[in-house]
Design a protein around this ligand. Structure first.
Ligand SMILES: Nc1nc2c(ncn2[C@@H]2O[C@H](COP(=O)(O)OP(=O)(O)OP(=O)(O)O)[C@@H](O)[C@H]2O)c(=O)[nH]1
Ligand SMILES: [Mg+2]
Length: 354
């Protein structure tokens, strides 16, 4: 299973100290206490951002410290609180206390937040310590200490696009053609035993790179939703993906009928959970360099046209069609990310999957 893991140190802000001060006014010989309170120290907050797809930034910056709150001062001046420090992480990040291994949060939703270290309270100024017996208190509190911890952050498989299909359909080969990942490819079913993640990049028309995380999971077979083959365990990994790309082997050597193969896998996903059919969905005919008379390509293409499913044809061996596919997937994923309302909607639906 893919896990991107980092260890970071967080330290929330200490509270500002309360002030010891007395009023000094003309014609008022003994002014009372007027020391203000210190400001609260900022918290450290971790927030799931749909813009991020890896924890790589946190590998480069390991320490996150928040400034202390401003100290109180005379004339009842309260110190300002120091601002919270927000650390953005990808959706799918699990946060643990490094020492106790206690889970502090599992950020599965864009915008979801968890306070991982609380800032100290501001100390009270000497105005609070005035009493009938003590008219001129020399006492004030120091600010509370901000919490500090070492944390481990783990990114669980939460890809943008999941590759689905029968064993040997060419998923890992396509993954290798679209990304820099090097998954194992083999001329036999169930070559892939664990999901692999890779990142496909598309340079948008504005010159900005769009990154799409692709998950290559073990092949599915009939009965997968009941746990047949490597089955259910990996359907689970596809739950949280934005879009699905279904690969159908259209080479001359492929054993089955492409339309039948396609419907079997589509049905497995539906039976696993009907909401799997609500995701943006694409079909790609694979291995078109060895498709012979193209009969299988045309069969599945007609079927997709009838069902209004976007259809592509690719060869991972020659690279034909791969760029076009990356472009479409990137645009779809980007639209999804920009639509945070939709993204929240997705996750809440995903959470309802048992
Ligand atoms: N000629 C040709 N062969 C391909 C192409 N894509 C995949 N293959 C071959 O098809 C076989 C299966 O490819 P994989 O990428 O391992 O298929 P998979 O879907 O990942 O298979 P599992 O992991 O077992 O489910 C390998 O022998 C590949 O070399 C292609 O575009 N052209
Ligand atoms: Mg594979």
């Amino acid at each position: 299973m893919f896990i991107d893991q980092v260890k970071i140190y967080v330290k929330a802000g200490d509270g500002g100290n309360g002030s010891v001060s007395f009023r000094r006014e003309k014609f008022v010989p003994k002014g009372g206490p007027d020391g203000g309170d210190g400001g609260k120290g900022g918290d450290v907050v971790i927030e799931a951002s749909p813009q991020l797809s890896t924890l790589i930034d946190l590998r480069y910056q390991q320490h996150y410290k928040v400034k202390h709150g401003v100290h109180g001062s005379g004339h009842m001046a309260y110190g300002k609180a120091s601002p919270d420090r927000i650390i953005p992480v990808p959706v799918g990040t699990l946060i643990r206390n490094f020492e106790t291994e206690e889970i502090l949060g599992d950020l599965v939703m864009a915008g979801q937040r968890v306070v991982v270290a609380k800032g100290g309270q501001g100390g009270r100024g000497n105005t609070h310590f005035k009493s009938s017996t003590q008219q001129a208190p020399l006492e004030a509190e120091v600010g509370g200490i901000g919490q500090d911890f070492w944390l481990t952050l783990e990114l669980k498989l939460l890809a943008d696009v999941g590759l689905v299909g029968f064993p040997n359909a060419g998923k890992s080969s396509l993954m290798a053609a679209m990304t820099r990942a090097h998954p194992k490819v083999g001329d036999y079913p169930f070559t892939t035993l664990h999901p692999n993640l890779g990142v496909a990049t598309w340079r948008g028309s504005n010159g900005r790179d769009l990154h799409v995380t692709v998950a290559d999971v073990p092949g599915l077979i009939e009965g997968a939703h009941e746990g047949k083959g490597l089955g259910i365990q990996f359907l689970k990994h596809l739950e949280r993906t934005t879009a699905l790309l279904h690969l159908v082997d259209t080479s001359e050597m492929a054993m089955g009928d492409p339309v039948h193969d396609f419907e079997v896998i589509r049905e497995e996903m539906y039976r696993y959970h009907p909401k799997m059919h609500d995701k943006p969905f694409f079909v790609a005919a694979t291995k078109i360099d060895i498709a012979g008379n193209r009969e299988k390509i045309e069969q599945i293409q007609r079927h997709c046209a009838e069902k209004e499913i976007p259809f592509f044809e690719v060869s991972s061996a020659t690279g034909d069609g791969v760029t076009d596919l990356i472009r479409t997937l990137s645009i779809t994923v980007e639209q999804h990310r920009n639509n945070s309302h939709q993204s929240l909607d997705y996750v809440s639906r995903d959470q309802s999957i048992p």
